[in-house]
Design a protein around this ligand. Sequence first.
Ligand SMILES: [Mg+2]
Length: 290
Amino acid sequence: MPVLCLIANPAEPELDTAIATEVADAVGGELNWLNPDIACEIVEPKSTEALASARAIIGERPIDAALVPTEGRRKQLLIADMDSTMIEQECIDELADELGIKPQVAEITDRAMRGELDFGQALDTRVALLKGLERRVVEEIRRERITLAPGGRALVHTMKAYGAYTSLVSGGFTLFADYIAKRIGFDEAVANVLDFDGDVLAGTVQKPIVDKDTKRQRLEALAAERGLDLAQTLAVGDGANDLDMIRIAGFGVALHAKPAVAAEAGIRIDHGDLTALLYLQGYSEDDFVR
Ligand SMILES: [Mg+2]
């Protein structure tokens, strides 16, 4: 039995009763609010075209729609990308900014995340450009420029409170991922290790790197270790290197993702923040742990 979820961004709560009722009337099924003006679900829609109908009614409004199965809706494993998913920046671009080369580096990052460049080569090229950057500068950037994506703490803390294991898997760097994982509350972090030459970046990264295969393999390994079926997992990311884990997870979510990723993911969230992933699982605002 499916559930149709309608979700807005808490910062732009545009899901009013009129639109929710209009969708519910069009597709049939029982309307249940998870958070007024932000998220609702329509249980067992009668229409086989429920998702398309909902999207047609929503039109240009900043509201996401997703159709998910009711069974096994609360996932027991969360695996999440870091850059532009759990945080609002691309760490490597912020490091490059310090050296005055952000435009060049950001262009490579963007193309790599769109899947237009080989991820490993693009990483090596950019890391080489960062050679000479001091450790204390990296730590300063980490402290001052990185902001957590809204809803991330609620997502991780709530899923953990309901028994899930949470993993941050990043094609970025442990210097950021370990720190961010701790701040948000993840159980673990997996990321690339930058080499240092004394107290400055050497311009190289340890091999093998964390790429799309590593992310997918981590998801498979964690599920196996915990005796979980892949259907009981949730993967979220925005880049081409997240697509493999998104494809095999029970809920594979493309969050504010590059077009090629959003097109391929089972679930796309273009407007909502990270709490959208809790509403997809049927959690209501009262269930959130912040
Ligand atoms: Mg990303």
